[in-house]
Structure formats: structure tokens, C-alpha cells
Design a protein around this ligand. Structure first.
Ligand SMILES: Cc1cc2nc3c(=O)[nH]c(=O)nc-3n(C[C@H](O)[C@H](O)[C@H](O)COP(=O)(O)O)c2cc1C
Length: 225
């Protein structure tokens, strides 16, 4: 039996903020003497054989950590699919622990805690997992995982996430429960009025030019009277 299985649920696969969080947590857990396996859901769902291997790993794990992005306020499809497969297995997971770590693009972690965390919680209780807590990380793109960066490569920007992962590693190694935590990855200064307004303006400009590049009528008001 494996102590901890880290499931990475980013459709981006290995170059993702979820992977960077997973790699960091894996080494913290190994430092604490735990046996850890890490699988990328995207790479497992490609064949029936690999899917079965993933389900075996899930049924063998004392704790499952799901690390995934937020997609449309919810789980990405591959994560939902995995949860459905786990449910269909009717595994005996009593006393096993489940803990999701979710990151999103918007700075506020409330996008994650509003809907996605309750869905993970409902899943855990239906399956019979013990809820070991959750971590919601707003502003996950700041972790730069899509460029292949690891948490240790991004200096102070990774401080808050690193601190929480240390706590989660202690919790998993110590058999105690982490709470439901939510934080914003970006430093507080970026959230102050003038800088926040500037960033919002730049983002809007970027989205607008992308939309126009792809032929969207950005200013269309088809239902305006
Ligand atoms: C299809 C899609 C839907 C998304 N929906 C949301 C959303 O509802 N709220 C949000 O804050 N970010 C959303 N994002 C942004 C991702 O959550 C964000 O980029 C995240 O950092 C990606 O993490 P990853 O690198 O681990 O995949 C979405 C991204 C995609 C591609």
C-alpha cells in the first residue's frame, strides 16, 4: 500500500502549476519518510490499461491528493471522469484520506471555494473518504508551471504556496487534519487599488486583442434595445 498518491488533474499535463505544486509536495512528503506516487490523470486516461493502473493506485493509497486547476468554476473534465470511475469501483476507502489542492487563474480563491471545493467534499463523503482539508490557490498562473517552472524557481512568488504545502506535508505525515485554507498566490501589493486597476486594464486589453485576432466582434451587443 502507498502512503500517498498525488493525482495531477491538469489537462496541461506535466507543464502546469498543478505539476509544480505536486512535485514540491512530493519531495516534502518524501523528506518526512512517506512513500509517494504521482500520476498525471491526462496520461492515464489514454488507454484502458493505464486507466486501470491509475484506479489500482487509487485503491492502494492511504491518502489521495488531487491537485488540479479550476475550469469554469468546476473540475476539469478529466478530473470529473476520474471521480466517476472511482465512484463506479465502490472501493472500500474507510479511514483513507482525500485532500484537493486547486489553483485558478483569477486572483481570488473564492472562485474555487464557492463551487468546486463543495463538489470535492461531496465526492469524498459519497465515496467514504475522510476529508483531510483543502487548499484553494487564487492567481495560480503566477506559479508559471506552464513554462515548466518549479516552485523553487520562482523565488518569493512561491512563498505562500510553499508554506501551505509544508503544513499539508506535516498533516499527512502526522495523521492529523489540515483545515480548509484559501490564499492568493500573488503578493498583496498587486491587489492594492492602483496596481490592481492597472493589471485589470492590461488583462482586458490582452483578452480583447486575442478575441479580435480570432474574429470575435468584441463590442457586439446583439440584444441591446
Ligand atoms: C477551459 C478553462 C476554464 C477555466 N476556468 C477558470 C475559472 O472558471 N476561473 C478561474 O479563475 N480560472 C479559470 N481558468 C484558468 C485556470 O484555472 C488557471 O490558468 C490555472 O492556473 C491553470 O492551472 P494548471 O497550470 O495547473 O492547469 C480556466 C482555464 C481554462 C483553460
Amino acid at each position: 500500500m502507498t502512503d500517498t498518491l498525488i493525482l495531477v488533474g491538469s489537462p496541461r499535463g506535466k507543464k502546469s502549476s498543478s505539476t509544480s505544486l505536486g512535485n514540491h509536495l512530493k519531495s516534502l512528503l518524501q523528506d518526512r519518510g512517506l512513500e509517494v506516487e504521482m500520476l498525471w490523470i491526462k496520461l492515464q486516461l489514454v488507454t484502458e490499461e493505464k486507466t486501470s493502473l491509475m484506479l489500482e493506485a487509487i485503491s492502494d493509497a492511504e491518502a489521495v491528493i488531487m491537485i488540479a486547476p479550476l475550469y469554469d468554476d468546476c473540475q476539469p473534465y478529466i478530473v470529473t471522469k476520474t471521480m466517476e470511475l472511482i465512484a463506479a469501483q465502490e472501493l472500500d476507502v474507510k479511514k483513507r484520506r482525500f485532500l484537493p489542492i486547486i489553483n485558478c487563474g483569477f486572483p481570488e480563491s473564492s472562485h474555487i471555494t464557492a463551487v468546486a471545493i463543495p463538489i470535492y467534499k461531496k465526492f469524498a463523503s459519497k465515496i467514504g473518504y475522510d476529508w483531510a482539508g483543502s487548499l484553494a490557490l487564487g492567481g495560480g498562473e503566477m506559479l508559471q508551471g506552464r513554462y515548466g517552472k518549479q516552485l523553487d524557481d520562482i523565488g518569493g512568488l512561491g512563498d505562500k504556496a510553499r508554506r501551505e504545502l509544508e503544513k499539508i506535508a506535516d498533516v499527512l505525515a502526522g495523521g492529523i487534519v489540515y483545515s480548509d485554507e484559501a490564499l492568493v498566490v500573488m503578493p498583496d501589493i498587486f491587489l492594492k487599488p492602483i496596481l490592481a486597476d492597472l493589471i485589470r486594464w492590461m488583462n482586458n486589453r490582452m483578452w480583447r486583442s486575442q478575441a479580435e485576432k480570432h474574429g470575435a466582434a468584441v463590442d457586439a451587443r446583439p440584444y441591446a434595445p
